[in-house]
Ligand binder design. Structure first.
Ligand code: PLP
Length: 485
């Protein structure tokens, strides 16, 4: 770990203990909110979220499913947000919530942070959001990222994490002249054709690949989380069949650490990549700047060949994506100038690297550095985690809470931990446990807290001790309404 930078994780979690407790959680019957209390929580939506219901019902006529973002598919119905500021969100019915979604991780400074917004508005007045030509902020942002993450010698900005993963894989294939890409089962790397594979649940391969031809995933492979022996076996088998272009990991573990990795995991994957001539891709879409200005690569002290950015790279402003890394690899995007093979990897995007995204990213990152936001957000995550662990212990609940800085995992149903190692349990329990977290999400929301899918919490710099303590009181109200408490 770099000693010149500070990181959001104050103490690395005891990963073996987390898995033991998660296994205990999924081996016992669910502990849900008592029926009569759940009815009360659901009544909140009918009474207090009337306009949200009208809007999102009407939206179903014009928008498939009524909402456009997976995170917005809330139970019993989506709520429409009107205002965001700091640690809070307000819906269209005027209800105020503590915002632990943070847009799904992009926001570390707190919502709608004025100093960044002011810079964006200034730029909009001078040149508008886009011109199609070069803008100085592209250079400023690329230089800044290189200062925080020296392994990112060159950076190409794109529109999303999904696109950036596509570009990274293309660059790895051009550079290594190999095809196979190995990912960790359960990890999420966006929704491109080749990556809708082994998503969410390890071992599911093409289960969610509806609309994707077999050929598109023919060179994608997965290995079971943390199973380095399985990874090595894949690399050996691939060597006999033309080789591995890249191994791609979320450095804190699949689904932002839902299945956390031991501290030395990334270093070991690095060694295996070196042994087999594969490039190491860090998907830092969530960890990039949330764990610290040096990202997960700085925290773990492991140098990836390619880094993928998203979310925080624009501080929550649109067109958040980018791919960077070794100059000799990333150079392949430069229209054939100076690339190792001279081959060009084609990428594009009309609005990629637009002035608005670049100015937002530049000032968001500078402000995060100036204010030490990742560390402050991490300490808020610690306070919340410790508080939740205390409540759970006191109420003798089997729930599992742990954090990696400002990424807090709150497992009450354990659905994300079901997998093909126990198929009967998976088939029997997946839907009921999934419904349980929907209900937990609704219960939190009825108590004024918005989480990510009822099982993850992102904290930000705006989460003062007072905000966290208020959140803990609200979580305790929900946990007190669990069966058997
Ligand atoms: C680790 C990771 N990679 C890639 C993506 C895809 O990024 P985007 O939603 O910007 O396409 C996400 C999105 O949540 C992510 O968490």
């Amino acid at each position: 770990m770099s000693h010149t930078q500070q990181y959001a994780i104050s103490e690395y979690p005891d990963v073996a203990d987390i898995y033991r407790r998660l296994e205990e959680l999924v081996s016992q019957p669910m502990r849900q909110v008592r029926e009569e209390r759940m009815r009360e929580y659901l009544a909140y939506f009918d009474k207090k979220c009337v306009r949200s219901k009208v809007l999102t019902d009407e939206a179903k006529r014009f928008i498939p499913g009524g909402v456009q973002h997976n995170l917005a598919f809330n139970y019993p119905f989506p709520i429409a947000i009107e205002k965001a500021e700091g640690a809070y969100l307000w819906d269209v019915d005027g209800n105020k919530y503590i915002d632990f979604l943070q847009a799904g991780a992009p926001i570390v400074l707190g919502s709608n942070y004025a100093p960044v917004r002011d810079k964006v508005i200034e730029l909009l007045h001078s040149c508008g959001p886009v011109t199609g030509l070069f803008h100085e902020y592209e250079l400023k942002l690329a230089e800044l990222i290189n200062r925080y993450m020296p392994a990112v010698e060159m950076f190409r900005m794109l529109g999303s994490g999904t696109e950036s993963v596509m570009a990274a894989i293309r660059a790895a294939r051009v550079f290594t002249q190999k095809k196979k890409v190995i990912k960790v089962g359960g990890a999420y790397h966006g929704w491109s054709d080749s990556m809708v594979f082994g998503m969410h649940i390890p071992g599911t391969g093409r289960m969610e690949a509806t609309g994707i031809p077999n050929g598109a995933t023919a060179n994608t492979q997965e290995f079971y989380p943390n199973d380095l022996v399985a990874l090595k076996k894949r690399l050996i088998a691939n060597r006999r069949a033309g080789g591995t272009a890249a191994v791609i990991v979320e450095p804190v573990g699949p689904e932002s650490g839902t299945r956390p990795v031991p501290f030395d995991f990334n270093a070991k994957v690095r060694s295996l990549c070196d042994e087999f001539g594969a490039l190491l891709i860090f998907d830092e879409v969530v960890t990039g700047f949330r764990l610290g200005m040096g990202g997960a690569q700085g925290y773990f002290g492991v140098k990836p060949d390619i880094t993928i950015f998203g979310k925080c790279v624009t501080g929550g402003y649109p067109m958040a994506g980018g791919v960077g890394g070794r100059a000799d690899v990333i150079q392949c995007f430069a229209a054939g100038i100076g690339g190792k093979t001279g081959e060009r990897a084609y990428i594009g995007g009309t609005l990629s690297a637009n002035p608005l995204s670049c100015v937002a990213g530049y000032y968001a990152l500078l402000e995060m550095e100036r204010t030490n936001a990742p560390v402050i957000a991490g300490r808020a995550g610690d306070r919340l985690t410790k508080g939740l662990q205390g409540i759970i212990k006191r109420l003798k609940l089997p729930f599992v809470v742990y954090s990696q800085g400002s990424i807090v995992h709150l497992e009450t149903s354990g659905v994300m931990l079901l997998d093909f190692k126990n198929v009967d349990r998976l088939l029997k329990e997946m839907n009921p446990r999934k419904h349980m977290i929907e209900e937990m999400g609704a219960a939190y929301m009825a108590n004024g807290i918005i989480t990510l899918a009822g099982s993850r919490v992102y904290t930000s710099m705006a989460d003062t001790d007072a905000v966290i303590d208020e959140a803990l009181r609200r979580f305790e109200a929900v946990f007190s309404s669990i069966e058997g408490v």
